[in-house]
Design a protein around this ligand. Structure first.
Ligand code: EPZ
Length: 429
């Protein structure tokens, strides 16, 4: 079993390039099914979730290939089946969002309900309500969602909460519906904006993405196009937290600074120097940060995906920090692992209380999801000694070449099979 071994104590230095966004790519690929002809997505990251999506599209008869240079060719001229394979949808929640485009294109779809995961139940009731509002007949039985509609009809939809996935999924159905659809209380995340830009490049008519009201004028068909995926703001943010945590000096390049405003403001509040340029952010750590309090919120609020990396940083802050998670009910599996490393941290309801300590110490820990994995790498970079991280498969779902990128910044980190890793760790002492 592979593990990541990281030996702490070094301040990260240098610059690191941001990869294409996992979450934008996972929204764009189902939307590519809407287009007659070939779509080319550029800047697609080579990560586990993309490989899963590639398998899923292949399984329904769509020709897909991801080239080493990050260009992904998708030819959705023909979709051979309307049934999505059980194992792939269960493996990754984002797979569920192929249901809408198939329904919009072929008039029916049958997709398994996605599984939960270690951060929460991950319901899809808003997605299903959206299908029904657009005129589909939906049945849920034996763990599958089956939907039929000769032609979807535009309508007005008010989301109970600004769900990123439901906003994007409804958008990809409404763009081929008869008439106009309005989504109110829509998610405003940059990944939704990227999706709207992509659909418009395919010949769609989507207005208002990035605000809470999105209007979609249905068209009769869409064509393939070429589109560059936006940078991954969560990967960029993870590196910013790591730089701050090690007291380093790191420039994260090829990112979009305004996508990270909430994190940058919070780092500055913690006394960390942050400079921003047109497509880069530089963090200059300076000893232990100040304790801060933060609450995760929908965009443009502080992002839930940065809750765990920031928590790792705050374990050695001066003072007591409070981190409150409002998006997911169980996004705290990293807390026990950080405690193994000497953090003075405890969960109280939907918050964690962190009393900063001088130093963490390396330990054997396990990542339960990809952002918890990032948090444990950050903690390992701060700790005295070596940290052995299991659950690498979670991390590799969403971070491209993470060990290589941290090595480029001077970290002592590697991904090894268990035996050789221990030898590596001894060599680093
Ligand atoms: C997207 O998930 C991201 N994933 C998540 O990133 C991110 O944390 C989340 O948005 C919030 O920003 C992808 O884009 C692939 P939601 P999504 O629908 O779309 C509840 C990462 O680490 N909800 O906004 O699933 C849901 O249970 C991942 O990269 C319903 O109740 O998020 C959750 O509590 C983790 N019913 C909350 O809303 C629904 O029908 C937010 O979900 C849909 C959602």
């Amino acid at each position: 079993m592979k593990k990541i071994y990281v030996t702490g104590g070094l301040a990260l230095q240098g610059s690191v390039r941001t990869s294409g966004s996992k979450n934008a790519s996972l929204a764009l690929l189902p939307a590519a099914l809407l287009g007659l002809g070939e779509t080319v997505l550029e800047n697609v990251p080579h990560i586990g979730d993309i490989r899963t999506m590639e398998q899923l599209l292949n399984a329904i008869g769509v020709r897909v290939r991801l080239l080493p240079n990050g260009r992904m060719h998708v030819d959705a001229s023909r979709i051979e089946t309307t049934d999505a394979p059980y194992d792939l949808v269960k493996k990754m929640r984002a797979s569920f969002c192929i249901a809408g485009p198939i329904l919009a294109r072929l008039g029916r779809t049958r997709v398994p309900l996605p599984g939960g995961c270690d951060i929460g139940t991950r319901a899809v009731d808003f997605h299903i309500k959206g299908m029904e509002a657009l005129g589909a007949e939906v049945r849920i039985e034996h763990g599958y969602v089956e939907a039929r509609a000769n032609r979807l009809r535009g309508t007005n939809i008010l989301l109970d909460s600004p769900s990123v996935g439901a906003t994007g999924h409804i958008l990809t159905m409404a763009c081929l519906a008869e008439g106009t659809t309005t989504i109110q209380n829509a998610a405003e995340e940059p990944e939704v904006v990227d999706l709207a830009n992509f659909v418009n490049a395919m010949g769609g008519v989507v207005r208002g993405a990035g605000t809470s009201v999105i209007e979609i004028e249905g068209v009769s068909s869409l064509r393939g196009t070429t589109h560059r995926v936006i940078p991954d703001r969560m990967e960029a943010g993870s590196f910013l937290c790591a730089a701050a945590a090690t007291g380093g000096d790191v420039r994260v390049t090829e990112c979009i600074p305004e996508h990270l405003t909430a994190l940058v403001l919070k780092l500055r509040e913690a006394g960390i120097e942050c400079e921003t340029g047109p497509d880069w952010i530089r963090v200059i750590g300076n000893g232990r940060p100040r304790a801060v309090s933060v609450k995760t919120l929908p965009y443009p609020g502080f992002p839930t995906d940065m809750q765990q990396p920031l928590t790792a940083l705050l374990t050695t802050a001066v003072g007591t920090s409070v981190v409150t998670e409002t998006i997911y009910e169980r996004r705290f599996k990293h807390v026990d692992e950080l405690r193994q490393m000497g953090a003075d941290i405890k969960q109280e309801g939907q918050s964690v209380i962190i009393n900063g300590v001088e130093r963490l110490t390396g330990a054997r820990v396990t990542a339960s999801d990809l952002r918890a994995g990032a948090a444990l790498i950050i903690a390992g970079l701060m700790a005295h000694g070596t940290t052995e991280i299991a659950g690498v498969e979670h991390i590799e779902r969403g971070y491209e070449d993470i060990a290589a990128k941290f090595t480029q910044l001077g970290a002592t980190i590697g991904c090894f099979e268990e035996g050789e890793g221990a030898a590596h760790a001894r060599a680093c002492r």
